[in-house]
Design a protein around this ligand. Sequence first.
Ligand code: SF4
Ligand code: SF4
Length: 108
Amino acid sequence: MRDFRCLHCGHCCRMPGAVWLKDEEIPQIAEGLGLSVHDFTDQYTRLAPNRRGLVLIDAPSGACVFFEEGRGCQIQAFKPKQCSGFPLEWRNADSHLTCAGLIALRPT
Ligand code: SF4
Ligand code: SF4
């Protein structure tokens, strides 16, 4: 997996699922956006399904609210660790079928 390279296909930002925010990431992302913690959490987060933290809201398309088609992640410089950890630190059972960077590593 040393040779993995993100090919910016955007699948991981479009796939359904929760983008969890660690407590310490919330002020960092708020600051990066130039918002107060209150305004960031109010505008861009919701309670996680298990009610034990906050996750990013989805855009109407179902993609992450910060994903822009053709431009990618709009908070790239300060995105959550969950995002920067994909797919090397964690992945789903079907990630090898959907992540362009993983697909490119498959033997032909
Ligand atoms: S925060 Fe950025 S990298 Fe993470 S899912 Fe949203 S658009 Fe993708
Ligand atoms: S699915 Fe894989 S190749 Fe596509 S943007 Fe995400 S990490 Fe990069």
